[in-house]
Every structure is written in structure tokens, then in C-alpha cells.
Ligand binder design. Structure first.
Ligand code: AMP
Length: 399
């Protein structure tokens, strides 16, 4: 590491059994090192660390997230860059659920920790592992500020009409049942980047962002502010996803309890882990779905029809919510890499001004790009998301 290096941010993203980390220079946007600890709490955990183009893998026993954080930091000592040399100015933690409280990146203190803990019942799979990693990080790197960047923050100020379920007010209020939205860091980053791509002021644009990864969500963004999004109380609502149903009649739950004898936990597992593309085809990966379709599999063909139908519905709905559409952007694993999904989503939306140029759509690239024809009413874009960089930049904005 040379002495001229900028201050860096260590970004931590911890899931139920993994910790991903990335050391980022927020000024240039470059990733200096990245890695992960996965299968935490299982028999054999796996560590991976990449620095200077070299990836090192290790097996280890990692019983919990605290040990996982300790191991991750030790990899910097072992494989470089050393964290003191890297001038780490802050640690940015992805925290999934910020509830009604957090509307932006927040420096973590005891009160913030307690609030994230209080919000855990709203995100039982996410906030607890986030918290353990935050606490371990605070212990292991006590000399720099730690910042929480919430998945929900971009949607904190959704209009009430979009955030409110038509549920008994008292029950909803008592149990904090409302639409929070997720993937906010990605939707905010991508909608801002999209304005740059089209060379227009963010304030002037009505945008739909389709974040299509293993999890998937749509957001309607007017003038840089979110006015609707497809995920709700939890990341289950909305689009068809790799393993999640997305929108489904809630009475399906009553039906399965009464007629199939399933428990709430069975149905939670069914809707979140065994549905979506996996439930329809046996595979959550869209590449596998395309291979099945090429082989003539009718289930896979139907699955893609359902996936695209849902997408189209959301684009149309959000154009209506916003009173028009200027920019439609695809991002995340499927959105960035799947020209078939993009073309089929746009097909038939000419009445909204949405058109995709086939040659532009088929071109493979890692760069943000326009895939609509010149002069089209709606600019259709592909913009690679970069949640780690967005977290790093948001972190620096408050320290
Ligand atoms: P993400 O959650 O953003 O990492 O996206 C992961 C998902 O992207 C995978 O499960 C695949 O469904 C999808 N994906 C990745 N590469 C491709 C590709 N070349 N074509 C279609 N889908 C892809």
C-alpha cells in the first residue's frame, strides 16, 4: 500500500450463516480487498479473501459470527492489506431492517444497537446476525466509527398510501405492520446512476428500477425519492424471486393450514425457500431455467411466463402511480445479465413508450448502458448495482 492511498471503508454484510466484507476506496470506487466467511456454525466453514488479483481459500471451524469477524480481520493481517496501512476511516454495516426509526446512514452507538435489536421481530432472519457482526466489529475495531446502512432507509418516507396495508388500524399500529421495502441501498444507487447515464437531473425523472437478483424488487422513484416499492413488511412480497413466491393471496396460508395441516413455520419455509422459480422448476438460477426451456420443459416455460407477467404488471402499475415513465432500469444478477428477461418485460409496453433495441440489449457489458433505441420516449437502461460501494459512500457521508 502506498502512502498516497485514500481513506478506506470496510463494508460488512452479514447473513444468517455468512459474513461478506469488502475494503473500498469510496473516492475512486475501487475495491481493494474482498472476501467472505461462509457456513458459519456448520461443521466446516470456508474463508475466501481476494487482494491484488489473488484469491486465497481456507477451511476453518467458525462456530459463530464473532469468530467469523475475528477470522475475517485476521485474513487482512495474513494476506494484506494490513488494516492500519489501508487507513480504514470507518466500518459500514449493512443492516436489513431500520423500521420507522432510521431514514439514512447512522453512526452506531448503544442506543442505535438497542433499536436494531428491538426491530429484530420484524426481520428475525436478518437483524440478529447483522447485530452480532456489528458488536464483534465494534469490539475488534474500536478506534473507528461504525455506521449502519439500512436496506429500508430509502423507503422510510414512502407516501402513506403506498406504505399502508388495508388492515385494522389498531392491529397494524400495535404490531408495526406496514410496508417497509428492502434493497433500498441498491434502488437509491441505481436510480442516481441512471440519471447520470441519461445525462439528466435526477430531480426531473420518473423512474422504475427492477432489481432482479435471487431476491427481486421493483421501485418507483420520482425526483430521486421512492414513491412505491414491491417488497413490504418483509422481503417476501412483490415480484417472483429465485425461491420466494412474491405476491400471493394471503388466504393461501389459511387454506394450507386448514387443508394440508401445515404449520406457520412450514408455510414460512415454503413461501420463502421452496417457491418462486425453484418451486416452479426445481431451480432458482435463471440460467438453469433457460437451459430447461431450451430443452422443451413446459414447467420452465410457464415459470418464465409467470416471472415476466409479474414484472410487466409492476412496470405498468408504477407508471400509473407516477403519472408517466422516463427511465426503466434493470439491475442485479438477472437484470444485468439476462437479455431474454429484459426483452420480454419490455415487449408490449410500447404504449408506455418502452422499447428495447435488440442489438443493444444483446450486447454483453459490465458498464451502465442504454438499451432503448435513440429517441425513444422511455430510456431503458442496464445499470450494474454496487451495494458495497453505496454502503461505503453512505458511511463516509456521516463520519
Ligand atoms: P444476485 O442476487 O444479484 O447475485 O443474482 C443472482 C442471480 O442472478 C442468480 O441466481 C441467477 O438467477 C441470475 N444470473 C446470474 N447470471 C445470469 C445470467 N448470465 N443470465 C441469467 N441470469 C443470471
Amino acid at each position: 500500500m502506498n502512502a498516497a492511498m485514500n481513506a478506506t471503508v470496510l463494508v460488512i454484510n452479514s447473513g444468517s450463516s455468512s459474513i461478506k466484507y469488502q475494503l473500498i476506496d469510496p473516492a475512486t470506487g475501487s475495491s481493494i480487498a474482498a472476501g467472505l466467511v461462509e457456513r458459519i456454525g456448520e461443521d466446516g466453514a470456508r474463508l475466501e479473501h481476494t487482494h491484488d488479483g489473488l484469491t486465497t481459500e481456507r477451511d476453518a471451524r467458525v462456530p459463530d459470527h464473532r469468530e467469523g469477524m475475528r477470522r475475517a480481520l485476521a485474513l487482512f493481517d495474513d494476506l494484506g492489506p494490513s488494516l492500519p496501512d489501508a487507513k480504514v476511516a470507518a466500518v459500514g454495516h449493512r443492516v436489513v431492517m431500520g423500521g420507522r426509526r432510521f431514514d439514512g446512514p447512522t453512526i452506531i452507538d448503544d442506543d442505535v444497537l438497542a433499536t436494531i435489536e428491538r426491530l429484530a421481530p420484524l426481520a428475525p432472519l436478518h437483524n440478529p446476525p447483522n447485530l452480532v457482526a456489528v458488536r464483534a466489529g465494534l469490539d475488534l475495531l474500536p478506534d473507528v466509527p461504525h455506521v449502519a446502512v439500512f436496506d429500508t432507509a430509502f423507503f422510510h418516507d414512502l407516501p402513506d398510501a403506498a406504505a399502508t396495508y388495508a388492515l385494522d388500524r389498531e392491529v397494524a399500529d400495535r404490531h408495526a405492520v406496514r410496508r417497509y421495502g428492502f434493497h433500498g441501498t441498491s434502488h437509491e444507487y441505481v436510480s442516481a446512476a441512471a440519471a447520470d447515464v441519461v445525462g439528466r437531473d435526477l430531480a426531473d425523472l420518473r423512474q422504475v428500477v427492477l432489481h432482479l437478483g435471487n431476491g427481486a424488487s421493483a421501485a418507483a422513484v420520482v425526483g430521486g425519492r421512492a414513491v412505491d416499492t414491491s417488497m413490504g413488511l418483509t422481503p417476501l412480497e412483490g415480484l417472483v424471486m429465485g425461491t420466494r413466491t412474491g405476491d400471493i393471496d394471503p388466504a393461501v396460508v389459511f387454506h394450507l393450514v386448514r387443508t394440508a395441516g401445515m404449520t406457520v413455520d412450514d408455510i414460512d419455509d415454503l413461501f420463502n425457500k421452496r417457491s418462486g422459480m425453484r418451486g416452479l422448476t426445481g431451480h432458482n438460477d435463471m440460467r438453469e431455467v433457460h437451459r430447461l426451456i431450451a430443452g422443451g420443459d413446459p414447467d420452465a416455460r410457464l415459470a418464465l411466463d409467470v416471472y415476466v407477467h409479474r414484472l410487466k404488471k409492476y412496470v405498468g402499475a408504477y407508471a400509473a402511480v407516477m403519472g408517466g415513465l422516463d427511465v426503466l432500469t434493470f439491475t442485479a444478477g438477472v437484470g444485468e445479465n439476462d437479455p431474454v428477461v429484459r426483452a420480454r418485460t419490455a415487449a408490449g409496453l410500447q404504449f408506455l413508450g418502452v422499447e428495447v433495441d435488440p442489438a443493444r440489449n444483446d450486447e454483453r457489458s459490465d458498464e451502465p448502458r442504454v438499451i432503448s433505441p435513440d429517441g425513444a420516449t422511455v430510456s431503458v437502461l442496464v445499470v450494474p448495482t454496487n451495494e458495497e460501494l453505496a454502503i461505503a459512500r453512505q458511511t463516509m457521508s456521516v463520519v
